[in-house]
Each structure stands twice: as structure tokens, then as C-alpha cells.
Design a binder for this molecule. Sequence first.
Ligand SMILES: [Zn+2]
Length: 359
Amino acid sequence: MKTQNYLLAVAVIVGFAACAPRKTDVHLTNNVLKNATLKDQDVHTYMCKSPAQAVCVDVTSVMGDKIKKEGLTSAIAELRKKYPTLPQNFDGTDSALDQLSAELNKTKVKNDLLLLADKAYRTIYDYDKDVIEATELARKLLISEVEQSKLSDENKKTYIGALNTTVVMPITEVFENEYLGKETVSVLVASACTGSGQKEFTYSNLPNGGPNGVIFMCPGTLLRGAGKAKEERIQRLVFLLAHELTHQMQFKGLASDDAYACQQNTLPNKSAEYFKSRQQEANADIWATRVLMRQLKSVTDAKVKMQKVVQSLNWLCTIQDSDDSEKAYYFTNKTRIENVFKLKETEEQIACGGSAPRC
Ligand SMILES: [Zn+2]
């Protein structure tokens, strides 16, 4: 999906078909990644051989699902105090919102529900704090990546300026703060996250054409980290945020580099149009991969490195898979994960070896 100058990262969750491993593979991967007695080399072999299956090892979030259920119930109870005429069976879904009687302002009810739901979820898991920390990490790493790239000094200055002025805006601020482009962003957020906020969606945009970028993440995306250790919760957001921040550089003119041309050569014959429509999203993944691998340079334990790769890319297993048509903006989720392993930066950290091209 792409509207105006906006690019999105994450779409609806409709199941795990995107890269659901076969049952035997799930068990194998689980054993490989969790069994401490296995040698690092075994984990390594599996990840290099079947990256998508190794990354999609565990896509459930028991705690996240529990918070969604409890939070939404309490948000609807609060909403009812404000709108006593809400039907008894109102469950907060978009279809329930659509069916509200004409005397209620549906947009207002939806926005109020989203705010209340977000607040209820955060009383159990305060994800906004994690987002701030992960954003600063992703931003710092991406700026280092830009500084050390082959881009011209002028471009570096422009892109770093864009990175420094982009905010990842919490849901509360989207609706309660005053800022340029508020109307556009509020409509986008309510539509993307839905009234319950449970849809998994992240979006990078440049309201009113700029100057400042805004990124938002729906509660559904953030609740996936609930119940995990803090280090893992942050890790789960770094690649995604680096991807979204790269879109901000693209808004300022960042073009494809050689890595994308190289990746295209690794894929089966497709038309120029096929690759062109995927260019921006694929390049956002490329920069996000560089950010992740830059981060992994300071990790010495090979097994921890691999765990961090799994945590960083795991969200790709849960979103609706892109179709393979000419005009789609994304490669399939499996290909997106495999593409991460084709970059030379990944090879430096994970060292799969073999004769595969390194981009
Ligand atoms: Zn994107």
C-alpha cells in the first residue's frame, strides 16, 4: 500500500501463512535455537540453510494476546461511560463501529476508543518507553551508517537532518498534541490501527510534505513484545524502526544503491517493472539490515548474534504476505528475510560462506 508520499512497513495480521514453517521444521528450529547443549555451529547451519524458517521459529505472543483482550474490555467499559447509548454487544471491532447509529459520531467514537485502548494496554505494558529507547538506538546506528557510506557530503547532511527531525509519535500525542499535519496523521492512524489499536501496522510519513517526518506504530505491533525481557523487546523494534527511518531519507531523495541491483540478480527472472515497484521497500530493508549488522559488531557470542537476528526479523513472519504481482511494493516475506542474508554486512556477522552472491 502506498498513498501520496507515504510508505508503509507493516500490514494486517491475518495468520502465519506468510512463512509458517512445516510442523517438523518448527520443532527442529525450536530445538536448535533453544537447546543449550547444541553447538553454535548447528544453529548457524540451520540459519544459513533456511533463514525464513529459522527466523519464523516462534510467532505467538501469549502475553500480548492477554493484554489485548483485557485492555480492550476495560477500554470499552470506559467508552460506555462517555457514550451510554453504545449497544450492549459492542465489541470495538470496525464492523461494530460501522453499525453504530447515526446519532453517534463514528469517527469520534473510534478515536476515543483507540485512545482508551492504548491507555489500557500501556497500564499493563508501557511500550512507549521501549519505543523511545529503540528509536534512539536505530537512529544512532543509521546515522553512523550514513556517515560512513559513499553518499556525497551534501546528501549525508540532508539525510542526517531528516533522521534527526523525525519523531516516532505515541498514539496519545497523535490525538492530543498540536502539530503540523495533525488532521492527516490522525485519520491515518485511526484507519491503520483500527479502533481497538490491535492491527499490526507501522507507518512512516511526511505530513503536508514536511519538513518533519512522523512515524507511528500501532499498539498491535508493540504488544508483540509484551512479556519478553527488555533487551529482546528493544531488539524486536530496531530493524523495523531503521526501515521506517530509511523511508524518511527516501522522502529527501535517497535512491537505490548497488546492493539492490545485486539482490535483483539473485532472484528469478522478473520484469523491470516488478523490481521497480519494490525498490523503495527493498532499499529500506537493505539499510535496516546494515543497521542491524552494525549493532551486531559489538556482540561477541555467535549464538546471541543469531538470536538477535531472529528477534529483529520475527515481525516479518506475522504480517500479511505480499502478492507476487508486478505492481506490489514488497517481495514476499520469505524473500525479504532471505534478502537480509544476501548482504555482505550480514555475511561479515553470520558467515554463512558458500558460493551465494554477497551484495
Ligand atoms: Zn516500508
